[in-house]
Design a protein around this ligand. Structure first.
Ligand code: NAD
Ligand code: GLY
Length: 375
């Protein structure tokens, strides 16, 4: 099966994302290519920061491949899960990194191996250790592959909110081996599918059609279908990031479904609802809001909700077990406190047709109340 290479065009900081099957064993060669290391380049060091659950499954192959490519390689473990995406974990990884012998230097390569939690922390370590090290990402969740690994946003959470401490620091390359998704638990796989629907609705009607036509193969995690799905999604994320690296404009479109989704997650509790499920409800409500404003045809709205449901994502609170329905007032109040809200004005991304969306800064409590009624 051919590996797809998608460029992220950021001038001097451009890099490639390779998507394919059985790629992990080639990570060392990919690293040399991404860092422009010729055959006579002096040996470099690499430190793999691997998610604790992922490490026993895939780190050995990654480390062996780096060693073979002449990287003196060490491995540190990142504790798994969002509750560990903290300054404490960051500090302990930084301690581990700075205590390695021989000491790391400016030419040391950081490799993130895991989902979005690991790439966000490892990227922040790379951004700040010795004022900035090169790093590569090997995402092992669908969500990290299609979203978190591309675009250079790195962060840890703070008690005051998610992702509040971080930096923009682009990786030198991203290697996505879809075989790693074979071991991904179903809820985490579905989280990634929600982001795929998001990309399709805001940017690419053909991707929406592809997902409609290949739903069964996607759910069965057919290798070839996943390579195509991931490559198409990475291309969308890459194009948006290349046009607006620092989220001054169109990158905000990637928040489609996330404004109401985040409010639902906050009110219901992160332990009771998956991120993908919350975003799916958020996208359903945003489509309804767009419909009620005359921006989106009813049929288009129904196509999105049908695709979400077919992929196993909820489009109503009743689709979820033991999840209380928050009040519309509570949802509105949380939306107003969102870190992306400016001067108290709630911002939402609404589709204006299938494959195109726009930013709206005039959202009212009544708009939200009526949209949330469909959930
Ligand atoms: P995650 O990294 O917590 O991974 C989910 C779970 O799956 C973890 O328990 C992990 O141990 C396990 N896992 C990972 N890969 C596995 C595999 N192949 N087999 C078996 N288990 C595996 O969560 P996620 O959904 O990948 O990422 C969510 C995070 O990404 C959030 O913190 C979010 O803020 C961040 N994010 C960042 C960006 C960005 O642009 N930087 C974009 C979107 C999301
Ligand atoms: N996931 C949102 C972004 O990368 O901008």
């Amino acid at each position: 099966m051919t590996t797809q290479a998608i460029p992220v065009e950021l001038g001097a900081r451009r890099y490639d994302v390779h998507v394919g099957a059985n790629l992990l064993a080639g990570l060392g060669a990919f690293a040399r290519q991404a860092l422009d290391l010729g055959g006579d380049a002096p040996p470099r060091r690499a430190v793999v920061l691997a998610d604790a659950t992922v490490a026993p499954l895939y780190a050995q192959s990654v480390v062996a491949s780096l060693l073979e490519a002449d990287f003196a390689t060490r491995q540190l473990t990142v504790p798994a899960g969002e509750p560990n995406k903290t300054l404490t974990t960051y500090a302990s990884l930084m301690d581990g990194l700075l205590r390695l012998t021989p000491p790391i230097d400016r030419r040391t390569l950081i490799v993130a191996l895991g989902g979005g939690v690991t790439s966000d922390i490892a990227g922040f370590v790379a951004a700040t250790a010795l004022r900035g090290l090169d790093w590569l990402v090997c995402p092992t969740t669908l969500l990290a592959a299609v979203d978190a690994s591309v675009g250079g946003k790195t962060a840890v959470d703070h008690p005051a909110g998610k992702n509040l401490v971080g930096a923009f620091h682009q990786p030198r390359g991203v290697l996505i081996d879809v075989n790693t998704f074979a071991t991904l638990p179903h809820p985490q796989f579905v989280d990634g599918l929600a982001e795929c629907v998001k990309h399709a609705v805001i940017r690419d009607r053909a991707l929406l059609e592809f997902m409609e036509d290949h739903t069964a193969a996607i759910i069965q995690r057919d290798e070839e279908t996943l390579v195509e799905l991931v490559a198409r999604n990475v291309a969308i994320k890459a194009e948006i990031v290349a046009g607006d690296e620092r989220e001054a404009g169109d990158r905000a479109l990637l928040n489609f479904g996330h404004t109401i989704g985040h409010a639902v997650e906050t009110l219901v509790g992160y332990e009771r609802i998956g991120h993908g499920a919350a975003v799916s409800l958020g996208m359903t409500a945003a489509c309804e809001l767009a419909r009620s404003r005359g921006l989106l045809e009813r049929e288009a709205c129904q196509r999105v909700t049908k695709l979400l449901a077919t992929l196993g994502l909820p489009t109503k609170f009743d689709d979820l077990e033991n999840v209380p329905r928050p009040t519309t007032t509570d949802i509105w109040n949380v939306m107003q406190r969102d870190k992306k809200t400016q001067a108290g004005q709630v911002r939402m991304i609404l589709p204006v047709m299938l494959g195109a969306a726009a930013i709206f800064d005039d959202i009212t409590p009544d708009n939200v109340a009526r949209a949330v009624e469909v959930l």
